[in-house]
Design a protein around this ligand. Structure first.
Ligand SMILES: *Cc1c(COP(=O)(O)O)cnc(C)c1O
Length: 364
């Protein structure tokens, strides 16, 4: 049905006012160089396919039964991986679903939610869906987060770290400062890209902070660093009281968000530590190589700690994006104040990155 044929007469007022998130496109053509949605260029651990295959081959009949509602094995595997207890771990159908439950559990208060003005574009969508007032806080001129800008009373704070789409990492000291400023609000750190971050010998993930701060909640995903965007698994780490709120909210909405195949595949991924470490390391090296090649071509590249780079070409960004597209290379442009001169480019395989660089050279 064509959009203008839609009759909204029977819709709730809520449904009539929604403005949904628009995901990066997933075109069907072959031979496209798809650098627009931050998927991992490497396949998932082979153990994932084996585990899912084992369920299908030997226990297909078990699919007639509901899956474990609280995904116990997966939560235990994640707890072991991070040195936590399983009551500090929550899992959901992608971190987008976890984030929706976070909004419903912690941010429905009569105060604004604070988030950077440049951040994951799903946050404003959830704010609207749940009727939360979102107060954007401007990033500094260099796109960094300054905790001093977040001192007003608030329902909570949500920040992606590394931030999207800038790729920039905020130090743990800033996260502690935010949590100390707001002992009665939840500070949510969306670590979708944290596994690609490094800061010498210093810890970069805030997961270690949840034992000391009962108001810090971390979300992560299997979609980026674990190459499982198609399996839909995300998680949250926090004090058991925060996890209990999420669990109650989940069980008031959908008790079985993770099917048996997703639980088996995700658990196998967590257990294959070497594969995970190796692929993250490869992506980091490819990112550094891509960054220096883009810089040589005159791009201004922000210091990325993610599996994408945010870079400003010498030519207008919109034009570069559309000329790359003519050659089958898709990158993401955000038509938004402050960042409309930048392109967000996912780190691809060495071959994909070379194809991008060759195409860019041909434009100049
Ligand atoms: C990709 C991404 C997510 C969503 O991850 P899913 O688990 O695939 O839903 C959440 N937050 C940020 C910042 C992301 O970039």
């Amino acid at each position: 049905m064509n959009h203008c044929d839609i009759d909204t007469r029977l819709w709730s007022k809520k449904a009539q006012t929604l403005s949904p998130y628009v995901p990066g496109e997933q075109p069907k053509h072959d031979n496209l160089c798809k650098l627009n949605t931050n998927e991992n260029p490497f396949p998932p651990s082979p153990k994932v396919g084996e585990a899912i295959g084992a369920v299908l081959n030997h226990q297909a009949e078990a699919l007639k039964l509901y899956p474990a509602p609280e995904s116990d094995d997966l939560r235990q595997a994640l707890a072991d991986f991070y040195g936590l207890t399983s009551n500090q771990v929550f899992v959901g159908n992608g971190s987008d679903e976890v984030l929706a439950l976070v909004f419903a559990s912690f941010f429905l208060k009569d105060l604004p939610l604070l988030a950077p003005d440049i951040s994951y574009s799903f946050y404003p969508v959830y704010a609207q869906t749940f009727g939360v007032e979102l107060q954007p806080i401007a990033l500094s001129d260099d796109f960094s987060v300054n905790p001093d800008d977040y001192q007003q009373p608030c329902a909570g704070i949500i920040i992606a770290n590394p931030n999207a789409p800038t790729g920039m990492l905020m130090p743990l000291s800033a996260i502690k400062a935010l949590a100390n400023q707001h002992p009665n609000s939840v500070v949510v750190i969306d670590e979708a890209y944290i596994d690609f971050a490094q800061a010498g010998d210093n810890a970069v993930s805030a997961v270690s902070l949840i034992n000391d701060f009962d108001n810090i909640l971390i979300t992560q995903t299997f979609s980026k660093s674990r190459s499982l965007a198609g399996l839909r698994v995300g998680m949250a780490f926090g004090n058991p009281s925060l996890i209990e709120a999420l669990t109650r909210m989940k069980n008031s909405f959908n008790s079985y968000p993770l099917d048996k195949l997703a639980q088996a595949g995700a658990t196998a991924s967590v257990l294959d530590r070497d594969y995970f470490k190796d692929t993250c390391q490869k992506v980091i090296e490819l990112r550094e190589a891509l960054t220096s090649k883009l810089a040589q071509l005159g791009f201004e590249v922000l210091p990325s700690q993610a599996n994408f780079v945010f870079a400003k070409p010498e030519m207008p960004a919109v034009e570069v994006a559309s000329r790359l597209r003519e050659q089958g290379i898709i990158v993401r442009h955000f038509n938004q104040p402050r960042i409309d001169e930048y392109l967000r480019i996912t780190v691809g395989t060495a071959e994909q990155n070379q194809r991008l660089i060759d195409a860019l050279k041909a434009l100049a």
